[in-house]
Design a protein around this ligand. Structure first.
Ligand code: ADP
Ligand code: VHF
Length: 378
């Protein structure tokens, strides 16, 4: 069963750490970035007959910036780290862009902060942008927006960012590429008797005791943040693989179902996990009442709610808030994230999606609540 996890994955987040990307701080590893780009392109183009959507979360900005600025030791001052990240990020994305283009794949730079994912509206915006890029066959190259974050508000390590991105886009799998073959029962750098862990359940607390901090001065998180990232990714049903980034054709072989690295299997199914998350975390901010035709689509056919099916709007909510969807009898049949605010929704009631631009002055999503962001209650 385990090999199928990656074989069946259609939307994959790949995270690469600083030590790999910058060759332990020596500078951007052009050969490695080229090799990952070749594999990403093959996955996106579906060279094996299956097209996949891939997001790259890449570290390395600070390490590369330090090199470009001629700094031998990591600065202590946060503004110096931020300056290094800003310098290094240029080189980082330039290289991904060049290499991916060589293999006929477009790329896009996306810089995110914690605040972007904590705020519902920005969360939805980030999600729509990433999903649009994926639909266009473009590979988003993501890093933390180091320039605007300080110690208290940063993800800090990109393992956590990778997991949050996997949650954000409902990825099927998170692949964390690092400088070890995977997880061992102890840090192999300091314990020669450490045993390799081939497979475990994501979220198993026993794994946390095995994992230590970063083995080099370049990487930030170490193995513990990877284990915690796997647990977090499992929250939305994504399984995680931790593997060596220089393993030959690692991404393609994983996609073929080969077992490489450590597989941390998500215990719950993707859709079930997302529904649970919706039910657990979301507070209602308002409601829309829909007509019988729309109720049929939403409840029985699992379709999105379009503005044309809405007949009334209650409450005061913003884009990204959770609203109840009620049928004509007032029975709540679903809950989901609103794509439009309550005042906009009032204008959109009974109108076709093609009229959104004319009514609101901008072209938004065709759906009031997209089915991916909706839980049908019965
Ligand atoms: N149980 C463990 N198994 C494997 N590696 C471990 C373990 N505990 C700690 N490590 C260390 O974690 C390091 C990888 O983390 P890190 O240096 O942050 O890499 P990256 O830059 O790829 O995120 C390894 O080089 C290793 O020394
Ligand atoms: N945003 C930072 C990444 C932080 C970091 O070092 O992460 P990682 O190497 O993945 O543990 C950078 O690009 O330098």
């Amino acid at each position: 069963m385990s090999s199928r996890v990656l074989q069946d994955a259609r939307r994959i987040v790949v995270k690469v750490g600083s030590s790999l990307v910058t060759n332990e701080g020596r500078g951007l590893d052009e050969g490695a970035i080229e090799e990952w780009s070749r594999q990403l392109a093959a996955l996106v183009h579906g060279d094996d007959g299956i097209r996949r959507e891939v997001i790259m979360v890449s570290s390395g900005a600070v390490a590369e910036g330090m090199k470009r600025l001629g700094w031998a030791t990591r600065p202590k001052e946060i503004h110096e780290l931020q300056a290094a990240a800003a310098v290094g990020q240029m080189g980082l994305v330039q290289m991904y862009e060049t290499k991916l283009r060589t293999y006929n794949v477009g790329s896009a730079q996306v810089l995110l902060t914690h605040a972007d994912l904590a705020d519902r509206e920005r969360y939805l915006n980030a999600r729509s942008t990433l999903l649009t890029l994926l639909q266009l066959g473009v590979v988003p190259v993501i890093n933390e927006n180091d320039t605007v974050v300080n110690d208290e508000i940063k993800f800090g390590d990109n393992d956590t960012l990778g997991a949050l991105v996997a949650n954000l886009v409902d990825a099927d799998a998170l692949i964390i590429l690092t400088d070890q073959k995977g997880l061992y029962t102890a840090d192999p750098r300091s314990n020669p008797h450490a045993q390799f862990v081939h497979e475990a359940q994501a979220g198993d607390v026993a794994l946390e005791a095995m994992a230590g901090g970063a083995g080099s001065s370049i990487g930030k998180g170490g193995m513990l943040t990877k284990i915690l990232a796997a647990k977090r990714a499992a929250g939305s049903g994504a399984s995680t693989v931790i593997a060596w980034g220089r393993e030959h054709a690692v991404l393609l072989r994983l996609a073929r179902g080969e077992s490489i690295g450590t597989l941390l299997v998500a215990p719950t199914h993707k859709n079930q996990a997302r529904k649970q998350w919706m039910m657990d975390h979301l507070q209602l901010h308002g409601a829309v009442t829909i007509d019988a035709g729309a109720a049929l689509k939403v409840r029985d056919e699992g379709k999105s709610l379009l503005p044309v099916g809405m007949v009334a709007v209650e409450g005061d909510f913003s884009r990204g808030d959770v609203i109840a969807v009620r049928d004509a009898q007032g029975v709540e049949i679903a809950r989901g994230l609103a794509n439009y605010s309550s005042s906009e929704a009032r204008l959109l009631c009974r109108h076709a999606s093609s009229e959104v631009e004319q009514l609101l002055g901008y072209r938004g999503e065709p759906e009031m609540v997209h089915r991916d962001n909706m839980v049908v209650l019965h």
